[in-house]
Write a protein that binds this ligand. Structure first.
Ligand code: SAM
Ligand code: SF4
Ligand code: SF4
Length: 383
């Protein structure tokens, strides 16, 4: 068994029981926000890693649990009933997450994404959103706060997330065909629940909604054009992700990867497209617009067109380790520091020192024949 998954119990709630933030937890959030170290920190000198990449984005995994068992991420054979998820005491608390996030923001982070596991399973996650929304950059600006979700709980959570200060959501949906989708999530969730979540997010103002579809050749590639047809003209941006060799359990094979170029060719044959590039150089998705004006689609080609050269993302795992790459095999433990009463300057030094030593570029190395095992699971550090 992977050492990272330790015996049971957690702060996560079952899907149906995930409540809105209650008065007590909101009071706790306010108390945390009132502490002196919430003030903006002074600007840092440019922090770059060994390949000259700045620290700009932080993905925070708030739970290692999920109500889906997507075959490419948490296959049921490996994440079955007897799987040991993290105990409550191992999880970073909201106060710990916020304090760490504040240090990252002081060091250059401008975008924070909550992920998991399924982030909406973390009890009172909207309280965490409220705490993170109060963070300010050294220039006094708010950070861009987003969340990636499988969408199954979004219809009931969207309004509370927006009210708490979330800016946008990305929703994962791998098929429009119910049978294909249920087979891929392997937990019998219907497409209708996710579509309702997307609608609720847009209605709540968490827009534009991005919809992520992982494409696995022979499993759901027949859904590419139906998904494009469904979402064009909707105001939501559909993005196709190449099936990746994250973790060690998803049975990845190169012949299951459908290259993004083929995705674009299939859509273009039906709905002509024109390339428009990336939103910014560090963005994973390359975008195309429909020539008839019906919006955009994106492709995330981490296998066939690695984009490590501009990767500015750090990841904070559920148990408080900082990972510098989606495919890393080890992380830097900051939970021990925080629980040993390190002050903010010590936390920043640790985070900055680790970032200066970063040389990760796994996808590029994979392309050069450097694939390897021993990688952290995606559901543990978030996508
Ligand atoms: N549970 C949430 C969800 O599914 O949106 C958030 C966590 S999930 C790990 C984040 C993203 O990673 C999802 O869009 C998911 O489809 C993607 N993902 C997971 N495993 C993947 C794989 N092997 N290859 C490509 N994308 C993957
Ligand atoms: Fe859960 Fe997201 Fe992984 Fe699917 S991709 S198993 S929804 S964490
Ligand atoms: Fe960034 Fe690692 Fe992905 Fe390269 S492989 S883009 S370094 S997360």
């Amino acid at each position: 068994m992977n050492r990272r998954f330790i015996p049971i119990h957690s702060a996560t709630a079952p899907a149906a029981a995930a409540p809105r933030a209650d008065a007590a937890s909101r009071a706790a959030a306010s108390a945390a926000l009132a502490t002196p170290d919430t003030a903006p920190l002074s600007p840092s000198s440019a922090l770059v890693d060994r390949l000259g990449r700045p620290l700009r984005d932080l993905r925070i995994s708030v739970t290692d649990r999920c109500n889906f068992r997507c075959t490419y991420c948490m296959p049921r054979e490996k994440f079955g009933h007897d799987h040991a998820f993290m105990p409550h005491s191992e999880l970073l608390s909201f106060e710990e997450i916020t304090r760490l996030a504040r240090q990252f923001v002081a060091l250059g982070v401008r975008n924070i994404r909550l992920t998991g596991g399924e982030p909406l399973l973390r009890k009172n996650v909207e309280t965490l959103v409220e705490m993170l929304a109060a963070l300010r950059t050294p220039d006094g600006a708010a950070v861009e706060l987003t969340l990636t979700t499988n969408g199954s709980l979004l219809a009931r959570k969207a309004r509370a997330l927006k009210d708490a200060g979330l800016n946008r959501v990305t929703v994962s949906l791998d098929a429009l065909d119910d049978a294909v989708f249920r087979a891929m999530n392997d937990a019998d969730y219907p497409v209708a629940d996710v579509l309702a979540g997307i609608d609720a997010a847009a209605a709540a103002g968490l827009a534009p909604v991005k919809v992520n579809m992982v494409v696995k050749r022979g499993t759901n590639d027949d859904q590419i054009v139906p998904m494009a047809r469904h979402f064009r003209g909707s105001g939501h941006t559909l993005r196709f992700i190449e099936f990746m060799d994250v973790g060690n359990t998803n049975g990845w094979r190169m012949d299951h990867v459908l290259p993004s170029a083929e995705v674009i060719a299939r859509i273009d044959a039906e709905f002509p497209l024109a390339p428009i590039g990336r939103d910014d150089p560090a963005a994973p998705a390359e975008n195309y617009r429909y020539r008839d004006g019906a919006g955009e689609v994106g492709v995330i080609s981490s296998v066939t067109r690695a984009f490590c050269g501009d990767c500015t993302r750090a990841r904070l795992s559920t148990d408080g380790r900082v990972f510098h790459c989606l495919f890393a095999s080890g992380g830097h433990d900051v939970r021990s520091l925080i629980r040993a009463d390190a002050d903010d300057a010590q936390l920043r030094d640790a985070i900055a020192g680790a970032w200066r030593g970063r040389a990760d570029r796994y996808s590029q190395l994979r392309g050069e024949g450097g694939a390897r095992d021993g990688k952290v699971e995606m559901s543990f550090i978030g996508g």
